[in-house]
Design a protein around this ligand. Structure first.
Ligand SMILES: Cc1cc2nc3c(=O)[nH]c(=O)nc-3n(C[C@H](O)[C@H](O)[C@H](O)COP(=O)(O)O)c2cc1C
Length: 188
């Protein structure tokens, strides 16, 4: 592979798409897409979502104040919703120009999106400030998964069943499921 060096501004490459659900100070709900999302593990089955927010957006203020949120995986049919939530700032008014169903977490009191096939309910354990961004380390207290999908274990998630949106500055859909850990070592 011949490569060329480019400016570091091209760092948006390969991000998962989640819509974050929080409560505002007055108890109303708010949703906004965040794609700076990853995961880590404290040990055992104690998984954490690692999520980063820039500036002083309402979602970030709500997460700092409330210490909890939902992360709703975005599938391709939710693209209009994600685009809308991401281009309207809560400070400019309620995000009520589109219709969408809102539920509640099963373990945490967090607003969730009915349309999402995979929802994390998270609490904030720690945060790290880097300039204008804050990165939150958030133990996952519950996962709501599409009831038509069965996963045997942590490594048995066929993403194609969820049809997730992948973001890189542009929206993409996923290609094929290629196999599991070890499948390709045998073929190397
Ligand atoms: C596809 C997409 C991905 C985004 N990812 C992030 C992100 O990772 N971190 C962030 O701080 N803002 C991100 N944003 C920006 C916020 O979603 C946007 O500022 C939103 O309007 C904030 O809404 P709020 O005012 O309700 O918090 C993203 C926007 C879009 C459209």
């Amino acid at each position: 592979m011949k490569r060329k060096s480019v400016e570091t501004k091209f760092s948006m490459c390969v991000q998962p798409s989640f819509i974050i659900g929080t409560y505002n100070e007055d108890g109303s709900y708010n949703f906004a897409p965040i794609t700076w999302v990853s995961a880590t593990c404290e040990g055992g089955n104690e998984y954490m979502l690692v999520i980063s927010m820039f500036g002083s957006k309402r979602t970030k203020q709500n997460v700092i104040r409330d210490g909890k949120f939902s992360a709703n995986l975005v599938n391709t049919s939710m693209l209009p919703l994600m685009d809308y939530f991401g281009t309207k700032h809560a400070k400019d008014g309620n995000k009520d120009e589109l219709e969408y169903g809102v539920g509640c977490g099963e373990v945490l009191d967090v607003p969730t999106l009915d349309e999402s096939p995979w929802v994390y309910e998270c609490e904030v354990a720690r945060s790290v400030e880097t300039g204008e961004s804050t990165t939150f380390f958030c133990p996952i207290r519950n996962i709501q998964m599409d009831e038509n999908v069965n996963c045997e274990d942590t490594f048995d998630v066929d993403l194609t069943l969820f049809d997730p949106v992948v973001y890189s500055g542009k929206y993409h859909s996923l290609g094929k499921m290629l196999g599991k850990i070890g499948d390709f070592r045998a073929k190397a």
